[in-house]
Design a protein. Structure first.
Length: 266
């Protein structure tokens, strides 16, 4: 391709909005988020640890390298399913399933794959793909596996269409190749001064960030004894039990073998 031809083609690659229009659109998006979405820190939890007003965000624990090359931990609030559904409604976004299929594996597990198309009233569209395997997070029913795959695809399509680069909770994959192993030697990690939110919702968010299904935890806030008790946890394979105990200890909790309960004291 000649230099003259390349320059001619490049001249046609112009933004559909001028800078003023783009700034206005971005400002409108942020104002809408602030108006209709409930921040993580503004959810309402009663004295028994029961969430009375849920947030539209999930607080996810992530690891990254600082300027010195050391791994540090930070908490990121990512918009979840309810956030994208609210935003889609106010932007007039409609969605439809383009494709779905089940993939069976030799070990007896299976994966559902979904492709969802999100469209605006003026004809702009964006597709999103989502998958979920039945063996995720201690095991899922077929209904849960399909529902999770569909939710991931739908949220990704909506966020790519209207999100101005904002990453959905479903996109924040803890298994990224850029991340270190989930368990590292503490002396090798430079940690930030962060205050963990000890509440039913906060503990669920912690386990969700590590790959567990938060809906399978039943957590009770025993205020007189100043502790949170996990009355029910997901089914955990025998070879993953030690990993679970390590995750509990990392947050300062302990497992009471006599009563078969996990406890977090504060």
């Amino acid at each position: 391709m000649s230099k003259e031809l390349a320059n001619t083609e490049g001249a046609n690659l112009l933004p559909i909005l001028n800078p003023e229009q783009a700034a206005l659109a971005y400002k409108a998006y942020n104002q809408l988020c602030q108006s209709i979405l409930i921040p993580y820190d503004e959810r309402i939890v009663d004295e028994n640890g029961v969430v009375r007003q849920e947030s539209d965000y999930v607080r996810i624990k992530q690891s990254k390298k600082d300027d010195s090359g050391k791994w540090i931990t930070e908490w990121v609030d990512a918009p979840k399913k309810s956030a994208w559904r609210k935003l889609a409604k106010f932007y007039g976004v409609s969605t439809s399933i383009v494709e779905k299929n089940r993939e069976d594996h030799e070990n007896g597990s299976y994966t559902w794959h979904y492709t969802v198309l999100a469209s605006t009233p003026n004809g702009i569209s964006q597709d999103g793909e989502g998958s979920c395997t039945s063996s995720e997070k201690g095991g899922k029913s077929e209904h849960d596996t399909r529902s999770t795959a569909h939710t991931r695809a739908k949220s990704r399509a909506i966020s790519d269409l209207i999100g101005f680069g904002q990453v959905s909770a479903e996109e924040m994959d803890q298994g990224s190749a850029e991340n270190p192993p989930r368990r590292v030697i503490e002396s090798e990690v430079k940690t930030e001064d962060t205050t963990f939110d000890f509440s039913v919702d906060g503990i669920k968010a912690y386990f969700e960030s590590l790959g567990y299904d938060p809906d399978r935890f039943v957590i009770r806030h025993d205020e007189p004894t100043r502790q949170f008790v996990l009355d029910k946890i997901p089914s955990i394979p025998k070879d993953k039990w030690q990993d679970y105990l390590n995750d509990v200890r990392e947050l300062g909790g302990e497992y009471n073998k006599e009563y078969n309960k996990t406890v977090f004291r504060y």
